[in-house]
Design a protein around this ligand. Structure first.
Ligand code: 5GP
Ligand code: ZN
Length: 142
């Protein structure tokens, strides 16, 4: 299960030190070394899985099942005014460590260091076009 050249597998094994927040049989949660905001936490499955595409449903289920209580704990500890969850897949989307992870990023203000803006362009798609896109995706779900 452990991947030899994986930084996060080494963190789980304790070969690389980390500031642990939570651990059980399925997940490990720790402080991101570069805190986008104070309390920025990474939650990872103990089973090595590269990204969301490679992740079996049971691993994803166990992983996400822990996220609410960790988010709640961050909220209690730091009293943020908001919280973003983020999962980057592939370099283009900002993935730099290829062991699946969920970022939990507490938010304190507009200028707290995190920015996840995108351009809303829903007026460019008719309902017909949206249904076409949905059909293309849904026909690939297996
Ligand atoms: P990604 O860019 O893949 O979504 O997120 C990887 C995260 O891992 C980055 O936010 C980065 O700061 C964090 N990171 C990289 N190396 C280490 C490390 O050695 N220890 C910890 N705790 N976090 C790390
Ligand atoms: Zn790994």
């Amino acid at each position: 299960m452990k991947h030899d050249d994986c930084l996060f597998c080494k963190i789980i094994e304790g070969e690389i030190p980390s500031a642990k927040v939570y651990e059980d049989d399925h997940v490990y949660a720790f402080m991101d070394i570069s805190q986008v905001t104070t309390g920025h936490t990474l939650v990872i499955p103990k089973v090595h899985t590269r990204d969301i595409y490679e992740t079996p449903a049971d691993v994803a289920g166990e992983l996400f099942a822990r996220v609410p209580k960790i988010a709640q704990a961050i909220k209690e500890a730091y009293n943020p005014v908001g919280m973003n969850l983020l999962n980057n897949n592939e370099i283009m989307a900002g993935q730099s460590v290829f062991h699946l992870h969920i970022h939990i990023i507490p938010r304190y203000s507009d200028e707290d260091g995190f920015d996840a803006k995108w351009i809303t362009r829903n007026d460019e798609f008719s309902m017909e076009e949206l249904k076409e896109i949905a059909e293309k995706i849904s026909s690939s779900i297996n």
